[in-house]
Design a protein around this ligand. Structure first.
Ligand SMILES: Nc1nc2c(ncn2[C@@H]2O[C@H](COP(=O)(O)OP(=O)(O)OP(=O)(O)O)[C@@H](O)[C@H]2O)c(=O)[nH]1
Ligand SMILES: [Mg+2]
Length: 303
């Protein structure tokens, strides 16, 4: 029997580059939430895939950007920590946006975070949105800026190029025993996954800054005798006015969010669930260590 391989692959890039979409495509299941808005992912999320004899532990990370708030700083620190632990790194760049100031800043900071000798691949994503000439020029430009081990042209959403990238990553990982049981695809606790699903539905329905000013926590999870789960979640918002918006006219918004989240959580846990959402105003939630812990972030990273 040939030796097994195993290791961590950090997916990094600007917000909205398609990291979580790629993670889900690699794993073949929805492990990390996806929205059209920036800064959707707030902490490192692992998803496990098998390829040949290799177990690839993909690490989805928050987008890298110039942080302003404490939460932003903690998210960016969490992403770089993912790179520091990685056996291989995939830098994702959006094809249609190209070499932005943000991409330049990432390239500048990259070297001080990648472990010596670890491969970094470039994945130009969303190739379904641009012409072939654009891709060739962008590939050349980015490879002039840094010597990437390999460049992959992919569409995480449509699946183009994803299998090639996966194969290459599997071969790049060090030999070693698998870290997870063969059938495990994620390691986020269910209560956190369930909170993320609700946050995704809220983010999709709310506009402008509001998604960035709320967080969702699962406060209570009860297995019922009839085989269903009773789940209570709290949506923390910073202002009274936000509470009204989250609730919506006669509670219409929160009701719709609850219905969508319940359906997806039921699918995830493969049994019926009763979801109860409460909106709580907490002016300082963005400065509370407990909230960061619940999100999987290090509060002191935000200093
Ligand atoms: N057209 C197209 N859209 C894509 C592709 N990959 C991802 N998207 C879309 O891009 C948006 C952002 O995707 P995410 O996977 O949430 O991006 P992310 O990098 O995880 O973003 P953050 O978590 O905010 O850093 C979503 O609307 C996706 O559906 C792709 O290959 N083609
Ligand atoms: Mg994401």
């Amino acid at each position: 029997m040939s030796a097994t391989r195993c290791g961590f692959v950090a997916l990094i890039g600007e917000p909205n580059a398609g990291k979580s979409t790629l993670l889900n495509a690699m794993v073949g299941a929805k492990v990390s939430i996806v929205t059209h808005k920036v800064q959707t992912t707030r902490t490192r999320i692992r998803g496990v895939a098998l390829e040949g004899g290799a177990q690839i532990v993909f690490v989805d990370t928050p987008g890298l950007f110039q942080p302003r708030r404490r939460l932003d700083r903690a998210m960016v620190a969490s992403a770089w920590a993912g790179v520091e632990d990685a056996d291989a790194v995939v830098l994702m760049v959006e094809a249609q946006r190209g070499v932005t100031e943000g991409v330049k800043a990432i390239l500048e900071a990259l070297e001080s975070h990648v472990r010596p000798g670890k491969p970094v691949a470039l994945a130009i994503n969303k190739i379904d949105r641009v012409k072939r000439e654009t891709l060739l020029a962008l590939t050349a430009d980015l490879n002039d800026r840094r010597a990437f081990e390999r460049t992959f042209l992919i569409s995480a959403q449509k699946g183009h190029g994803v299998a090639d990238l996966k194969r290459w990553l599997a071969e790049s990982l060090p030999e070693g025993p698998w870290l997870y049981p063969e059938d495990q695809i994620a390691d986020l606790p269910l209560r956190m996954l369930a909170a993320e699903i609700t946050r995704e539905k809220l983010t999709l329905r709310l506009h402008q800054e509001l998604p960035y000013q709320l967080t969702v926590e699962t406060e209570n999870w009860e297995e019922r005798k009839d085989g269903s789960a009773r789940i209570e979640q709290v949506v923390y918002v910073a202002r009274d006015g936000h509470k009204g918006i989250v609730l919506g006219n006669k509670g219409a918004t929160i009701k719709a969010v609850g219905a969508e989240a319940r359906a997806e959580i039921s699918k995830l846990i493969e049994r019926p669930c009763h979801l109860f959402l409460t909106v709580r105003v907490r002016p300082n939630w963005l400065d509370e260590p407990e909230r960061y812990r619940e999100m999987g972030l290090d509060f002191s990273d935000g200093n």
